[in-house]
Design a protein around this ligand. Structure first.
Ligand code: GLY
Length: 368
């Protein structure tokens, strides 16, 4: 049960391997990329406690030695101080230009380690071993790397494609149900933005997948990665189509800012709510039928996911306040809000001319 998705980016092409047991085979899978049998691993303390020994054994099976730096878990690690620490540690480890850095963790570690690799010695190669569902289906693929600053999230970074991605679906068993479902928000997004058949399949298989059905998990991760790969191949640096991957994200970013990037709302939860709002907005603008947003919400509810603004604990700003937060989103181009809207399930497009009064009314009703 192992799938391979090839990301065809010419000189920067790479494979994403998906399936159970890949950490145990990491040595054999990474060896072809190494100039010498040694890797440096950036990880977080939680992932290290759960999985680092397995990685060490998997690498040793192919005679590869590893050194690891475990950083604190959490979004705060995607910052200048930990970037400095990571880069200096990699230099102390005498990582050379032809060596490979391994990012072993969720989206925070992937983005931080990828950026450290991008700037170390003007760019060393790196391998992603994503350990959250969100990282497996989204952030480990496509080469976006970076850190957050006081001015906002992901404002400093580089496009730096990995040399290999190993998505070991066994590690998904160690996620909390909440983290798993947050990652599932991104899986649903792929169906909604470009594959109606996949969304129908998720409507049927989603509950089994959440309950641990491995074949369903592999299929869901593989289809998500395939969709992301095809979009990134068309538009590596987000000049156009790649923005489709931001379905639900304009709303999500405003909600994350409104909740202080706290435990009140995980990114994937915000994406799910954002997708429901994007479909509702599309229906109100006459772009898609009212049935589409109803189906989106019904599936999220079936999965016991956050679906509406009222599912977010605590107070939210009013509609004007949320609009103001959206206006700060980095996806704003020339002051115009850019939304990903949909003509139907599986048929999203980038819209730049969305009337702000329609968004305001939608938010007022949603805050109800
Ligand atoms: N997560 C959105 C992208 O990779 O473009």
């Amino acid at each position: 049960m192992r799938d391979t998705v090839h990301v065809d980016l010419g000189a920067r092409a790479y494979d994403v391997e998906i399936g159970p047991g890949l950490i145990d085979q990491a040595g054999d899978l990474i060896a072809p990329h190494l100039a010498r049998p040694r890797v440096t691993v950036l990880t977080d303390e939680t992932v290290a406690g759960l999985h680092l020994d397995r990685l060490r054994v998997g690498l040793a099976a192919a005679g590869i030695k590893m050194e690891a730096l475990a950083l604190p878990p959490g979004e705060g690690t995607k910052s200048w101080p930990y970037l400095t620490q990571s880069v200096e540690w990699l230099l102390e480890q005498k990582v050379e230009r032809r060596d490979v850095v391994v990012a072993f963790g969720g989206g925070v570690i992937g983005d931080l380690a990828g950026f450290a690799a991008a700037i170390l010695r003007r760019g060393v190669r790196f391998v992603q071993i994503p350990t959250s569902l969100l990282a497996q289906v989204d952030s480990s693929v496509g080469g976006k790397t970076g850190i957050n600053t006081a001015q906002g999230k992901n404002l400093v970074g580089a496009f730096h494609q990995p040399s290999l991605v190993l998505a070991d679906t066994d590690v998904l068993d160690t996620l909390t149900p909440r983290d798993f479902l947050a990652g599932y928000g991104e899986v649903v997004k792929y169906g909604l933005l470009g594959d109606a058949e996949f969304f129908s399949w998720l409507e049927g298989q989603g509950p089994a997948l959440a309950a641990g059905d491995m074949a369903a998990r592999v299929r869901a991760v593989t289809r998500s990665v395939e969709m992301k790969a095809r979009i990134v191949e068309r538009d590596e640096t987000e000049q156009g189509d790649r923005a489709l991957l931001n379905l639900g994200h304009t709303f999500c970013h405003a909600l994350e800012a409104a909740t202080g990037y706290s435990d009140r709302l995980l990114h994937g939860e915000g994406v799910a709510i954002g997708c429901a709002l994007a479909f509702e907005l599309s229906a109100r603008l006459g772009l898609c039928s009212q049935e589409a947003p109803s189906r989106v919400r019904a599936h999220l509810r079936d999965m016991k996911m956050k679906t509406d603004l009222s599912d977010i604990p605590g107070d939210l700003p009013d509609a004007e306040g949320l609009m103001a937060l959206m206006a700060q989103d980095k996806k704003v181009v020339d002051g115009q809000l850019r939304f990903i809207l949909a003509r139907d399930i599986g048929d999203a497009f980038v819209a730049t001319d969305v009337p702000s009064d329609a968004v305001l009314t939608l938010l007022r009703d949603a805050l109800g």
